[in-house]
Design a protein around this ligand. Structure first.
Ligand SMILES: Cc1cc2nc3c(=O)[nH]c(=O)nc-3n(C[C@H](O)[C@H](O)[C@H](O)COP(=O)(O)O)c2cc1C
Length: 201
């Protein structure tokens, strides 16, 4: 319930559900008929944040087992700053675990953990895979290989040539002379050619 892109939002899906809490609750209730935990990923609202806490409570009442809150509105897309005060307000208002999400980077990771059950890291992880490292620091390429391996295992072979390619710009961010690598990656049709293009990043 966070995706802001037009083709998803325009169909009443993703972050559009933030404007339809009853429908969102029905979805959670329906999923709860299965035997798996049900988690909700939400933003703070479509244009304003005033209903964020109520929306989270509604998800809890519907049976959600965990909520991840991306601290932006749909209108903000991926710009501006995530509102961590609002994320913590939600975490305090519900009794299920809340993961905070938005702008977590290595240098603010510890303070982000305050007042939430845990954190979910998006771009900060693909730009800087080391964020998860303990003693052993993985290189970007090693993280990319793991991403590929898990993606293929979980979603199937098509993941590698569709979704995974979309992450390439994030893996390259901050590196010099990336344009040609990025362009070459975008036209890769199979795993082998993608690996060859990215080797050594
Ligand atoms: C390329 C890209 C793809 C994403 N795909 C998904 C997705 O499939 N499902 C989802 O819940 N969030 C998705 N997100 C949103 C992230 O999970 C996260 O909520 C958002 O980027 C904010 O966190 P960050 O500031 O740490 O990146 C995506 C974000 C990006 C940049």
């Amino acid at each position: 319930m966070g995706c802001p892109v037009r083709k998803v939002f325009g169909h009443g899906e993703g972050s559009a559900l933030l404007g339809e809490p009853k429908r969102a609750a029905e979805i959670v209730k329906a999923l709860k008929k299965g035997d798996k935990p049900v988690t909700v990923k939400m933003r703070l609202g479509i244009a304003d944040k005033s209903a964020a806490v109520d929306f989270a409570k509604e998800m809890e009442q519907a049976g959600a087992d965990l909520i991840t809150v991306h601290g932006r509105t749909r209108e903000q897309l991926y710009g501006g700053e995530a509102d961590w005060d609002e994320i913590r307000k939600i975490a305090a208002a519900v009794s299920i675990p809340v993961l905070g999400n938005g702008d977590v980077r290595e240098d603010n990771l510890k303070e982000r953990m305050d007042g939430v059950y845990g954190i979910a890291i998006g771009r900060g992880a693909v730009e800087n895979p080391q964020i998860f490292s303990g003693e052993r620091k993985l290189t970007r390429y090693e993280v990319f290989l793991k991403h590929l391996e898990y993606g293929e295992e979980y979603f199937g072979e098509r993941y590698v040539t569709t979704t995974l390619r979309g992450f390439v710009p994030f893996y390259l961010k901050g590196l010099p002379n990336i344009k040609s690598v990025r362009n070459a990656a975008m036209v890769c049709k199979d795993k082998e050619s993608l690996l060859a293009v990215l080797e050594g990043i």
